[in-house]
Design a protein around this ligand. Structure first.
Ligand SMILES: Nc1nc2c(ncn2[C@@H]2O[C@H](COP(=O)(O)OP(=O)(O)O)[C@@H](O)[C@H]2O)c(=O)[nH]1
Ligand SMILES: [Mg+2]
Length: 263
């Protein structure tokens, strides 16, 4: 005698609240994507003290050369040429700022920082860029959040760890922080799960997500998160007050030049 199959457990009925919440989330995500699409080039700076001071939340994108930073910015903003996705790693040696906001208004700034760790760059230049980056991350008063891009096939490198150390006090003081594991399309399920858990340990409690420009994985979630960072940002008292030499930039930073002059 064959036993009859047990009845399938009932699927919980979706309440109108669930549906409303889902619709709300979808609406917010769409808004965030539309908002990011307004991104336009603002200014490029070879030296830290050339960066204008804004009373606006700024989100910095950092990571090793070739981690997928330019591709990520282009994907999030749905603009193919915004951040130049270089085939030659190490070429982007300036800090590039982009403005975003609807109706010609600017309500946030994205900062594309020079990629680090490119092997062919002379050691002196590497050290100089690292100092510029560290100074930026430590002293940029209106920095609202940092997105660290990391190719999970290489994992977090020593330079990524140094960067984490540099920003740790600011993250503890409330600055937002996200690790994006890029090129996730190159990982299978178990590799992705492993990469996530390792990165979570290294990120010291910060958020970690998989991201693939190719498969559009993590794009909308990241857009939503960035828009939430900006919405919840409160400017520190110092921001925008000192429009002169820049608040907190030390003498070293002002003398640094991110342009190694060997493109
Ligand atoms: N498969 C795959 N390749 C990617 C992805 N994102 C970037 N890449 C490739 O990785 C290389 C470096 O990307 P790029 O954005 O220039 O890196 P950057 O140096 O960090 O700005 C390029 O060849 C990209 O086409 C992705 O999501 N999937
Ligand atoms: Mg790039």
């Amino acid at each position: 005698m064959t036993q009859p199959h047990p009845p399938a457990p009932p699927t919980p009925a979706r309440t109108s609240n669930d549906l409303a919440a889902a619709a709300d989330l979808a609406g917010q995500t769409k808004q965030a994507m539309g908002w990011l699409h307004t991104t336009r080039f603002l200014v490029t700076a070879a030296q830290l003290h050339h960066l204008p001071q804004y009373r606006l939340p700024e989100i910095a994108f950092v990571g090793r050369s070739n981690a997928g930073k330019s591709t990520c910015i282009n994907t999030l903003t749905q603009q193919n040429q915004l951040a130049y996705a270089s085939k030659k790693p190490g070429r982007t040696q300036h800090i590039n700022l982009f403005a975003l906001g609807r109706h010609g208004q600017t309500d946030a700034v994205l900062a594309d920082l020079p990629g680090y760790g490119y092997a062919a760059v002379p050691k002196q230049d590497k050290i100089r860029w690292q100092r510029v980056m560290a100074n930026y991350l430590l002293t940029r008063d209106n920095l609202c959040g940092v997105v660290l891009l990391c190719d999970p096939r290489h994992g977090m490198t020593e330079l990524d760890d140094i960067l984490l150390e540099v920003i740790r006090p600011r993250v503890e003081a409330g600055m937002q922080f996200l690790v994006l594991l890029t090129k996730a399309d190159k990982l299978n399920r178990s590799e992705a799960a492993k990469a996530l858990s390792i990165a979570r340990l290294q990120a010291g409690g910060g958020q970690v997500r998989l991201f693939s420009a190719l498969k559009r994985q993590g794009v909308e979630e990241t857009a939503l998160l960035l828009s939430q960072w900006v919405a919840h940002w409160t400017p520190p008292a110092t921001v925008g007050v000192d429009l002169g030499a820049g608040t907190g930039n030390d003498v070293d930073a002002n003398q640094e030049d991110t342009d190694g002059g060997h493109r």
